[in-house]
Design a protein around this ligand. Sequence first.
Ligand SMILES: [Zn+2]
Length: 295
Amino acid sequence: MEGPSIHLASEQLQPFVGVTIGSVSGNSKIGIERLHGQTIKDIFAWGKHLVFQFESFALRVHFMLWGTFAATVDGESVTGDYRRSGPPRLVMNFPNGEITIWSASLRWIDVPDARAEYDFSADIMADGWNPRAALKKVHAFPHEEIADVLLDQAIFAGVGNIIKNEVLFRTRTSPFLKVEKLSPKSLRAIIADAQAFSHRFLELRRVFALRKNLEIYRKSLCPVCGGKVIRRNHGQRARRSFFCPRCQKVAKSVLSASPSGVRARRASAASRPLRASKARGRRAVGLRSGTRGSS
Ligand SMILES: [Zn+2]
């Protein structure tokens, strides 16, 4: 789930603020018994994190690539159309309903005010989002492809692969372009659209109309020129880009290179320790302390 979906989740779950957990279950190994009898003080989103604040500690839920959740309040489902798979990681039962979480990473934040641990200027959905700070951080990675940088959670917390692809198409930007090849004006336009499209994503999500309003993600034909949409895994993260080579002016040299999905994944596996430590270094930019973000 991407940032706007997490933001929506925090809204949908507000009926549980002030309510005490009756019982918990699930296959999480972090010691979820601790939640029994705890009252939720606050529920908020930061990037792809959903945070439940209790009296003296908080629970951070990170949905990773495949995590989902569902909730009922007074017998009615308040959540969306997410797919679920396997046994739940965590089920919290309340007098007024229940919250179930699948395939997510759970972690404790041992502070009475987890909000203070997060830098909301890096959260694409936050009122405090700071595009100038984002531009400054982007400039620190001149040799990286813009598609990779957009997924950096220390810079664009909440941006996932759907938002990345749509924003690059909407701004007619090649996903392969290195930051140093983009003008300040282009970078500002990309950063502005990352925020604008993320808010549109939220509104479309609310009315279950996201998929049919996407222009390039998982599409086969370009809605502007009618040309074939190309999909390719690339960059350090080896995440998939969907693009129109004509509208996004993708260099011929990039297109003539062999499709790099398998190769990129192999390379990424080989260089993982190095990349992980580099990513950790970067994540420190996004968060003030303790809880580190990830894509
Ligand atoms: Zn096109």
